[in-house]
Design a protein around this ligand. Structure first.
Ligand code: 5GP
Length: 190
């Protein structure tokens, strides 16, 4: 998606060779017009699929997931990073390892929001090592749902999550794939 690549080039900042900061349009301040275009692109790329629910993880996946849910006319459920005390009912949980924060945590979704037979689209802001996506897949499976696609805003192609998930047979649509980056340059896959 050229518009997104341009934005990453102009406003993204590689903090190292492995962590990209995009807090001016995606991760902190959010550009609704760009997210709207992102949702349109996801709809087009998955136009041959039929989903009835989107799963994402708080917090940065929520904006692209909600805009896509609005366009597709389907609900969005986000996994919570800490099980809140208000989540008194049954819930599904799965572990995530964050390489950017160097910590492990569980994510949780109330069982009532996953129905057996759901056809799930996962949306997230980044795909790096695939831990977040795999946690959402595990939660979907606990509820008897099936993940039919994974939509990623920015995939870091030099980390192994995309390869791993594609080898497992998942269809991933990444709107920008970065093959290499440094403090001075970001190289995208064509
Ligand atoms: P994964 O679980 O695939 O290793 O990493 C994906 C998650 O980690 C995303 O939900 C995202 O929030 C975070 N993440 C991974 N790499 C980056 C990065 O380079 N920059 C930012 N801002 N977040 C990242």
């Amino acid at each position: 998606m050229e518009l997104l690549k341009k934005r990453i080039t102009e406003n993204g900042r590689a903090l190292s060779e492995s962590v990209l900061k995009v807090d001016s349009f995606l991760n902190h301040q959010i550009d609704p017009a760009l997210i709207n275009e992102i949702s349109s692109e996801f709809c087009e790329r998955f136009s041959d699929c039929s989903f009835n629910k989107i799963l994402t993880i708080e917090s940065s996946g929520i904006a692209p997931a909600v805009m896509t849910g609005l366009r597709m006319g389907i609900p969005v459920v986000f996994a919570k990073k800490a099980k809140p005390s208000t989540m008194t009912e049954e819930f599904f949980t799965a572990p995530v390892h964050s390489f950017t924060k160097q910590k492990d945590y569980d994510v949780a979704i109330a069982a009532k929001f996953i129905t057996k037979g759901d056809r799930i689209l996962i949306i997230d802001d980044f795909l790096a090592h695939g831990s977040a996506s795999r946690a959402l897949i595990a939660i979907a499976e606990q509820g008897g749902a099936k993940v039919g696609g994974i939509g990623i805003v920015i995939e870091k192609g030099f980390q192994n999550g995309g390869k791993l998930l594609r080898e497992l047979g998942y269809r991933i649509e990444s709107l920008a794939i970065i093959d290499e980056m440094s403090r001075d340059s970001i190289v995208f896959r064509d």
